[in-house]
Structures are given as structure tokens and as C-alpha cells.
Design a protein around this ligand. Structure first.
Ligand code: S3P
Length: 177
């Protein structure tokens, strides 16, 4: 593995499994796990929804970029789960790609919808069925180009957590060890 690329960053749309896969993958790799959204909530002492409501998305994106910058400069190998929009900012993306192997957890929109319709904590995701469907469609289309810049793309639809982890392990073992 290139010395600088000591971390593994998980990217993908809300509901793609980053926060579920992340800690389990870190355990398998015997390294740390860091969830960017969780850290933002801790730092700000507010939920993500509250931050969006009181300070707006631009403020959230700036905080998000700061937390990511700090996480990727850590000396200890870490699996880092990003929020769904975090890989869109060019400077952040550049920094991440310098310091980490990037894995995109891709997931069919139907499956994302099935998972997200039950959730109420994503400020960018509408609560009604047709609006949520449309939001997933438009936002995915907008973000796909950046997601596809990952080092590895893992198709997760219909896969169990165990299978996704196995796939990631196979890819990184093959490419880096
Ligand atoms: C966002 C996704 C969320 C969170 C915030 C914004 C996005 O994270 O960072 O609500 O822009 O798609 P998850 O991907 O964990 O849902």
C-alpha cells in the first residue's frame, strides 16, 4: 500500500450502509473507525437536522470539511464513514484521495428508497414517498460522477453486510497487499 494512503474512506448515498459496514470493516482490519456525521453531532452538540435548521447547509458543509480534514490526517489507520454529500467538494475530495483508499458503496435507488422511507433524521430527504423517490433520483444523478471516482466500487444491493465486507476485503487485499 502507498504509505500515505493509510485510511479507508467509505462513500455513497444516504442509506448505502456506510455506518453499518464501517465499524465491522474496521474490526476486520484491526484499525479504528470514525463516523464523520457522528463527530459533527458530538462537536456541535446538535443533531444533523438541527444544524441544518439553525445554521443552514453551507455551515454544515464547512464543518463537515473541517472534520474530514482532521480525520484523514490522523496517524493511525482508520476506516472513515462519510456523509452522502461529503465527497462532492473538490478540495475535500482531493485531500481524501491523497490520504485514503476510497470505497464507494453503490446501491439501487429502489433499495435506498426502501431503507430511507423509514428514516426521519436526514434533513435533505423528504418524508413523503413520491418526493423521496424524486430526491433520490436527482441527487444520485448529480453525485454519481464523483462517487465513481472511488478506487473501488462495491455493488451492495441484495448483499448481506458480511458479503459486502468480504468483497471490500478481497479488493483491497488484491490491490494493496
Ligand atoms: C447528507 C447525508 C447524511 C448527512 C447529512 C447530509 C447528504 O449522511 O451527512 O444529512 O448530503 O446526502 P448519511 O449519508 O449518513 O445519511
Amino acid at each position: 500500500m502507498k504509505v500515505k494512503k493509510r485510511h479507508l474512506v467509505l462513500i455513497g448515498f444516504s442509506g448505502s450502509g456506510k455506518s453499518t459496514i464501517g465499524p465491522l470493516l474496521a474490526k476486520k482490519l484491526n484499525c479504528l473507525f470514525f463516523d464523520i456525521d457522528e463527530q459533527i453531532v458530538k462537536n456541535q452538540k446538535k443533531t444533523i437536522a438541527e444544524i441544518f435548521k439553525t445554521s443552514g447547509e453551507k455551515y454544515f458543509r464547512n464543518i463537515e470539511a473541517q472534520v474530514i480534514n482532521k480525520a484523514v490526517t490522523s496517524k493511525k489507520m482508520t476506516v472513515i464513514a462519510l456523509g452522502g454529500g461529503a465527497f462532492q467538494r473538490a478540495e475535500t475530495q482531493k485531500k481524501i484521495r491523497e490520504m485514503a483508499i476510497v470505497v464507494y458503496l453503490s446501491c439501487a435507488q429502489k433499495e435506498l428508497y426502501r431503507r430511507l422511507i423509514k428514516k426521519t433524521d436526514r434533513p435533505l430527504m423528504p418524508q413523503t414517498g413520491s418526493e423521496l423517490k424524486e430526491k433520490i433520483r436527482t441527487l444520485s444523478a448529480k453525485r454519481l460522477k464523483n462517487y465513481q471516482k472511488a478506487d473501488f466500487i462495491i455493488a451492495t444491493t441484495d448483499k448481506t453486510t458480511k458479503e459486502v465486507i468480504q468483497k471490500i476485503m478481497m479488493k483491497i487485499n488484491h490491490a494493496y497487499y
